[in-house]
Design a protein around this ligand. Structure first.
Ligand SMILES: Nc1ncnc2c1ncn2[C@@H]1O[C@H](COP(=O)(O)OP(=O)(O)OP(=O)(O)O)[C@@H](O)[C@H]1O
Length: 265
């Protein structure tokens, strides 16, 4: 009997939300270790909420989450998971250089003094090289363009060297070259055994990017290889006219999950 591939992420019956908004309902998800999964869904379909729950930042209303067998908060403490946020929260008037910001990814590897060692400096240099920012390492983060900043946040996550990486819309607002660079970086990570979950609105490049696609609309509408998931009917379910018909609690609210929106807005 062949064994099922190891699960990096196992989510079962997850419901999560905000006061008056059920953003996720009964979500089941299984990510195989060493694969790239694209998380796709209309605005307000629950992608960021799912990331928050996976990171242990939003407690489930129901269901369980395991990241490499550990509950989210424990997984974060043990450096099982790194995260590239959709919006950064850094004060860009603060004179933090790109290299210093990327070094923050090394905190889980440093002792209580947090003094960077040779391995830390090497990891930062390698990550900056990988995302094409080596030349800009002495600039302040505030001096970077939006696309460069996204690459810097990716570099910070790379230095963390966690087995699971979550990326919330890393392709938003980046040019074609940056998109290709980020995709190549994720492929290299995957080939080295890292598990990647990446949300994106770029449906055209999904087949090149991901091994698996999860189509989310408060629930998982479809999951599997891109060719199986990206069909007219499943996409219509996620982005089209059947959106408001599934009668969940969130439909009675004014949340985005119950609204019909253009998928790429
Ligand atoms: N802080 C919050 N308070 C209340 N409701 C929220 C909050 N954050 C998100 N929501 C609601 O939860 C639902 C899911 O939002 P979420 O941000 O997870 O969607 P998303 O798929 O990441 O959207 P987008 O593609 O626009 O980033 C939406 O209805 C949204 O309005």
């Amino acid at each position: 009997m062949t064994q099922a591939p190891a699960a990096a992420v196992e989510v079962s019956g997850l419901s999560a939300g905000y006061p008056g908004v059920l953003a996720l309902q009964g979500v089941d998800l299984r990510l195989t270790a060493g694969t790239i999964t694209a998380l796709v869904g209309a605005n307000g379909s629950g992608k960021s909420t799912l990331f928050s729950a996976l990171l242990g930042l939003r407690a489930p209303l129901a269901g369980t989450i395991r990241l490499y067998g550990k509950p989210p908060q424990q997984a974060r403490r043990r450096n099982v998971v790194s995260y590239v946020p959709q919006h950064d929260t850094i004060d860009h008037t603060f004179p933090l250089t790109v290299a210093q910001m990327v070094m923050m990814g090394r905190i889980p590897h440093q002792g209580p003094t947090r003094r960077p060692r040779r391995a830390d400096r090497a990891a930062v240099a390698e990550a900056l090289e990988q995302v094409g920012l080596a030349e800009l390492r002495r600039r302040t983060v505030g001096e970077l363009s939006g696309g460069q900043r996204r690459r810097a946040f990716l570099a910070r996550s790379l230095t963390q060297q966690a087995p699971l990486m979550l990326l919330d819309e890393p392709f938003a607002g980046v040019d074609r070259g940056s998109e290709e660079l980020i995709t190549a970086t994720l492929h290299a990570l995957r080939d080295a055994g890292t598990t990647v979950l990446v949300s994106t609105h770029h449906l055209d490049s999904l087949a090149d990017l991901a091994d698996e696609v999860v189509l989310l609309h408060r629930r998982v509408l479809a999951a599997g290889p891109p060719s199986a998931v990206l069909t007219e009917s499943t996409l219509a379910g996620a982005f089209g006219t059947v959106l408001a018909d599934d009668g969940g609690a969130a439909d009675s609210t004014e949340d985005g999950a119950g609204r019909q929106e253009a998928p790429w807005s």
